[in-house]
Design a protein around this ligand. Sequence first.
Ligand code: PLP
Length: 426
Amino acid sequence: MGTARVVFDKWRDRYAQRMADVRSSAVRDLFAAATRPDMISFSGGMPEIRRVPNDAVIAAATAALRETGLEALQYGSSEGRPQVRSVVVDLMAEVGVRVKLDDIVITAGAQQALDLVAKIFIDPGDTIICEGPTYLGALQAFSAYQPNVVCVPMDENGMRMDLLAAELERLGPRGAKFIYTIPNFQNPAGVTLTPPRRRELLELARAYDIPVIEDDPYGRLRFEGGHALPLRALDDEVIYLGTFSKIFAPGLRLGWVIAPRPILARFLLAKQAADLCGSAYAQTTAERYFADPRWRKTLQDLTRAYGERRDAMIESLAEHFPAEARWTVPAGGFFVWVEMPSFLDCKSILAEAVERGVTYVPGDAFYPDGRGRNCMRLAFCYVEPEKIHEGIRRLAEVLEDRLELYRAFQAAGVLPGASDPVSERG
Ligand SMILES: Cc1ncc(COP(=O)(O)O)c(C=O)c1O
């Protein structure tokens, strides 16, 4: 038997209070298990980078060095190279958002933009509003600034506007610092905010004078249905966060913020303090990559593959999952959200699932307060369809085992009944 090594941290009373509530990312924690060769991982939202042609990336990276080597390896401007911002201008125009170079700051992925948002807006105790559940990386970035997070529930049409209106009414004018939303193929719920609700959200935000932050990493990964205009296309006061991670490669760590000029000036200050400027090499590589029209075909291939994986997951859920389970059916993006009866604790069965060779992220990771334990996020993006079927079969076995036990208890009158499920049955 090994002896556990206790690590004594003699500086533990020196750390700033603000980090006390920051939790480790459940996805990062699962990383080691998820990379075991026999493991089928539904935990990480990793893009299918194998489908991005290596020669296109090598050509872009080489051209970046060969043609602009001195610039690519030098410090650059904090707002980012004009050339890469010009790529962003074109990308945004394609989804109905008209912006100029000066409306954009390049960031180290959308994740840095989230950190900068928090740094700019949140004082300890401030209230912020987001969807419940929401992106765990956002919760992590925000929590260091000690906000009070209000989560507004969703249904299959995205954030519930009646509930948002009720929260805003309760909080009063300017009662929240901002509303953070992921309108397209939400992480983790997979649902999309409908066009009428987009307008309603903006009306409410205006009425209560609250900035809206639109985080849109998945908008271009649509499998079916029509494109919904981004909030930023409907209202130029919206702060829009974009990223190259899902349309090119996350390893470049490149994203962008679009915001009204006064807010953008603050982003720039915060960005300077964080890292002076982004990597000019990564930016130049992205410029070259998007100068070659083949990127469109690659994005189509990627989206088709994600769509096939979504289909495989929805099919296998219907085939294998217990009758008590409910799940969302995303029209794009990476994630399906599964809801089990309220008495089933998806966190406590994770170890068993890992033992059987399958991982997922338990739902409580996507709430600031322990809710969501009866839920799980399943990422279909990085698993081949055959493996999706196998993984869902394995997971269903774990759930069935647990449910059998509960059903027996319930029959004996020992446990409360299942809660009314809110998400749709796939
Ligand atoms: C909703 C959401 N926002 C932001 C990010 C961070 O993306 P990036 O790689 O651009 O930092 C992710 C990554 O998965 C995400 O899902």
